[in-house]
Design a protein around this ligand. Structure first.
Ligand code: CP
Ligand code: NVA
Length: 309
């Protein structure tokens, strides 16, 4: 049994194995319809319990499809429906109950500590479905998408992030170290990655560059990533933050600094950080990116259940 909590803690060879498996599985599904089960039903009889303390469209649906296509089932809970969420039950007791009824647990939460506490008491795999410090299933899937579209290992691509220093960027930074790709980050000075993240980067990799000028960050990029300036439950002055990000808006003009065949990716939901023209334009592959979460999460589930080929 393995957890999938933060890309930083997962060996690079395991991350690559997940991507290779997802590629093979995606190919084999070409003629299958949405709920048809993969040959061999590798997770037959298994139940994934998902719990969301924050909103989600893509993560909840893609995990539902992922476990179904592997022959298992899922139960989706909102934390306020549980005794835990109402303050009447401890994490340790809840974790033991989840481990009794289910085979895997996926949690989206506003608390990294909660993830750690669940990890301590669960005897089934735990998957981080987004926390303040990371969104690992999203970013591993994004590595898959970048390689699928550019038809190159990500280590040979210039990756650029224009946007907030949030959980998705933290996972992209971890991916840059694990997969050895160059990462340019474009953000306002006061929204740079935290000291801890920068210290970790310094220790592990020299191919991450921070620019306070979006044009410089985008120059020569093969892929430009972005995310909402205001994350779920962002506690900052939203109006002020959006104002500070105005000159980082990804529009056609900014894209023209990148390579001619540069693609645009965004995990969604979106806000004002990208123009409609770019988001809905020919360089954008956001719908394929969203769909790939199903394929990659299937291989993540197999990894967690010790069934990766
Ligand atoms: N990208 C992503 O995680 O979307 P949701 O918040 O809709 O799950
Ligand atoms: N950074 C965003 C990602 C949403 C998928 C958030 O945490 O809200």
């Amino acid at each position: 049994m393995k957890h999938f909590i933060n890309l930083k803690d997962i060996p690079a060879k395991d991350l690559r194995k997940i991507i290779v498996d997802a590629k093979k599985r995606k190919k084999l599904r070409k003629k299958l319809s949405t709920l048809e089960v993969d040959k061999g039903a590798p997770l037959k009889g298994k139940m994934l319990i998902q719990m969301f303390e924050k909103a989600s469209s893509r993560t909840r649906i893609s995990f539902y499809l992922a476990i179904k296509q592997l022959g298992g089932g899922t139960l989706t809970l909102r934390s306020n429906e549980l005794h835990l969420g109402q303050g009447g039950e401890s994490i340790s007791d809840t974790a033991k109950i989840l481990s009794t009824y289910g085979d895997g647990f996926m949690l989206r939460t506003d608390s990294d500590k909660k993830i750690e506490d669940f990890k301590k008491y669960l005897s089934i795999p735990l998957i981080n479905g987004l926390s303040p410090s990371s969104h690992p299933t999203q970013v591993l899937s994004d590595v898959f998408t970048a390689e699928e579209i550019k038809k190159k290992p990500i280590a040979k691509l210039n990756i650029c992030w224009i946007g907030d220093s949030n959980n998705v960027l933290d996972s992209l930074i971890a991916a840059s170290v694990k997969f050895s790709f160059k990462l340019n980050i474009g953000c306002p000075k006061n929204f740079e990655p935290s000291k801890e993240v920068r210290a970790w980067v310094k220790k592990n990799n020299k191919r991450i560059f921070i620019y306070n000028d979006p044009k410089k960050a985008a120059t020569g990029a093969d892929v430009i990533f972005s995310d909402k300036v205001i994350s779920l439950n962002d506690k900052v002055n939203k109006k002020k933050k959006i104002e500070q990000f105005k000159r980082f808006k990804i529009d056609k003009k900014l894209m023209s600094n990148a390579k001619k065949d540069c693609i645009f990716l965004h995990c969604l939901p979106r806000g004002s950080e990208v123009s409609d023209e770019v988001f809905l334009g020919e360089k954008s592959h956001v719908w394929q990116q969203a769909l790939n979460r199903v394929h990659v999460q299937k291989s993540i589930l197999l990894y967690c259940f010790g069934k990766l080929r």
